[in-house]
Design a binder for this molecule. Structure first.
Ligand code: NDP
Length: 294
């Protein structure tokens, strides 16, 4: 029987835990943790992501603020905004919603973020600390995947895990986390990408298959081993005139044919996505506690 890894339900549970902690913090006389976001331009997906981060922040009792900039904003203006957020004692953590307009160098912007407030875990300092196994802000999506596996009681030790996709924000960090020498990981990891030969031969050997390709319904039943644990990170809005709202959501996996083969599977939506936002909240709480010595 395939079991659904219900990310939405787990995210609600973790949000309750965070909200409880925030109540204790404020009862002791502290201000609530504060998460800020920089949003440049009017990209629809970015606006939606930032709005849901704001909503989740409020749900757990955080203060949340969004700094909005026009599409034409210069790199210098953004760097000034980051300078301000880096030192403002009222803000514990902040994110710069990506992608940025093409005239702005994303790396210049990310590298300017104070690592102690880098709750997205994208600065070289946090990436380096994570790879070394030191205490770090871990990027939200990989952290959410690990939380989902661990809190669902999935045994990872000694398992062959195949990760498809090597982006800096998902595939590469999750491959690193899964291969770490600790009780929550200890997998043998194979990292695949667009130049991988015979991809299906490799994915078929996976006890745990993590798919983060950005290709709608790419992974089919013949690519998956019987009883595999399947984590589908992809999220796509596909136009469909026959639907009331004109689209449907799908992942990188063709769930209609793959799910029945798996022991555990993350749905899309409601799998990895909700855990991504919760991880950002967890990182913000951690940043708050570090600066307040709690
Ligand atoms: P990227 O586009 O940055 O990376 C995609 C990766 O997949 C690349 O490494 C690419 O290889 C690899 N790839 C592409 N095509 C193939 C192929 N045919 N065979 C093997 N590998 C292939 O995507 P992201 O990592 O940013 O995101 C992946 C997916 O996850 C997207 O659908 C995105 O929307 C979703 N996502 C979901 C989140 C959530 O919270 N649920 C958060 C973040 C992302 P190469 O390096 O060679 O180009």
């Amino acid at each position: 029987m395939t079991q659904i890894l219900d990310g939405k339900a787990l995210a609600e549970q973790i949000k309750d835990e965070i909200a409880n902690e925030v109540r204790h913090i404020t009862a002791e006389g502290h201000r609530p943790p504060h998460l800020a976001a920089i949003l440049v331009g009017t990209d629809g997906a970015s606006q939606t992501y930032v709005a849901s981060k704001e909503k989740s922040s409020h749900e757990v009792g955080f203060t949340s603020s969004v700094y909005r900039y026009a599409e034409s904003t210069t790199e210098e203006e953004l760097l000034r905004a980051i300078d301000f957020l880096n030192t403002d004692e009222e803000i514990d953590g902040f994110i710069v919603q990506l992608p940025l307009p093409s005239h702005i160098n994303e790396r210049h912007i990310i590298n300017a973020i104070n690592p102690d407030k880098d709750v997205d875990g994208f600065t070289p300092i946090n990436v380096g600390r994570m790879v070394l196994g030191e205490d770090a802000f871990v990027p939200a999506t990989p952290m959410g995947i690990m939380t989902l596996l661990n809190r669902s009681g999935i045994d990872t030790e000694g398992k062959h895990c195949v990760v498809v996709g090597r982006s800096n924000i998902v595939g590469t960090p999750v491959a690193n986390l899964l291969s770490r020498n600790n009780e929550h990981a200890n997998c043998t990891v194979t990292l695949c990408h667009s130049k991988t030969r015979n991809l299906a031969d490799i994915t078929r050997t996976a006890d745990i298959l993590v798919v983060a390709m950005g290709k709608p319904e790419f992974v089919t039943a013949d690519m998956v081993k019987e009883d595999a644990v399947l984590v589908d990170v992809g999220i796509h809005r596909v136009s469909d005139a026959s639907r009331k709202n004109g689209y449907y959501l799908c992942g990188d996996v063709k769930h209609s044919e793959v799910d029945a083969k798996c022991s555990y599977v993350t749905p899309v939506p409601g799998g990895v996505g909700p855990l991504t936002i919760v991880s950002l909240l967890q990182n913000t709480l951690k940043a708050f506690k570090q600066t307040h010595n709690l």
